[in-house]
Design a binder for this molecule. Structure first.
Ligand code: BTN
Length: 263
């Protein structure tokens, strides 16, 4: 279990102090936070040692073995129109990378919001909107970070990694959790200030693993190949098509893969 005292110390004086609930097990921390949203006036984070039905993007499962990793969801009420809420997901990826950087880990972002080390994914982020019952909405940002896991199931072994595998040492999950929650607050505030990603764009692009790489854009309307150039202020990936024009690719519709592998 996460050590309550260590976590309290790490959260002390920050916006998340007294607002983090630690559970031994739940189905999904995103689902848990959404169930608690109506009774929560302010912000809330829920973390679990184990998830029995961890959810990934595009209906995938997030494999969530007990005791080694971080699975948590943050409920926030950003001052941002709902259609702009998807911009918070790349902002969250940036927050995770920043924190990992302070621990000496060189993590980067596979657009739009997978955090990778080298060519392997170490962290996934799932953002969901939750109606607040009064015509507004709140945002649930769920983060799965592989921290101290040493072995992965065959199905994901070639594309997944953990901080421990990459750095050869264990990491203290309480500090990581507290730092990432504070980092989320900072990055979300930056998005709300401008109403877009303009304040974070340069830093995001500096961490973009796909930048200037050949990618295949898997678009239901027709896939194409091109070179990823960066993002625009709303987080769309700018891809120069092999046949000429630059297209802005929206993450809700398409996924992107490197032509030589996952990144
Ligand atoms: C992805 O990369 O597909 C997103 C994975 C998100 C996983 C996290 S783990 C904590 C939170 N609870 C969930 O059920 N999912 C997110």
């Amino acid at each position: 279990m996460l050590e309550g005292k260590k976590l309290e110390e790490a959260l002390h004086g920050g916006p998340w102090e007294g607002r983090v609930v630690c559970l031994p097990v739940t189905d999904s921390t995103n689902a848990e936070v959404r169930r608690r949203a109506a009774q929560t006036k302010s912000i809330l984070a829920v973390t679990a040692e184990e998830q029995t039905a961890g959810r990934g993007r595009r209906g995938r499962t997030w494999i969530s073995p007990p005791g080694e990793n971080l699975y948590f969801s943050a409920l926030v009420r950003p001052d941002l129109p709902a259609p702009k809420a998807p911009m918070l997901t790349p902002a969250a990826a940036l927050a995770v990378c920043r924190v990992l950087g302070t621990f000496g880990v060189r993590a980067r972002i596979k657009w739009p919001n997978d955090v990778v080390i080298g060519a392997r994914k170490v962290c996934g982020i799932l953002t969901e909107l939750q109606p607040d019952g009064q015509g507004g909405y709140c945002v649930v940002t769920g983060i799965g970070l592989n921290v101290n896991q040493e072995r992965f199931p065959d199905s994901i072994a070639s594309v997944a990694t953990s901080l421990k595998r990459e750095c050869g040492r264990a990491f203290e999950r309480e500090t990581l959790l507290a730092d990432i929650l504070c980092g989320l607050t900072d990055c979300f505030e930056a998005v709300c200030r401008t109403g877009d990603l303009s304040g974070l764009r340069e830093e995001y692009e500096s961490l973009l693993a796909n930048r200037m790489r050949q990618v295949e854009v898997l678009d239901p309307a027709g896939s194409f190949m091109g070179t990823a150039l960066g993002i625009d202020d709303s987080g769309r990936l700018l891809v120069r098509r092999s046949d000429g024009p630059v297209e802005a690719v929206f993450s809700g519709e398409v996924s992107v893969r490197g032509i030589y592998g996952y990144v």
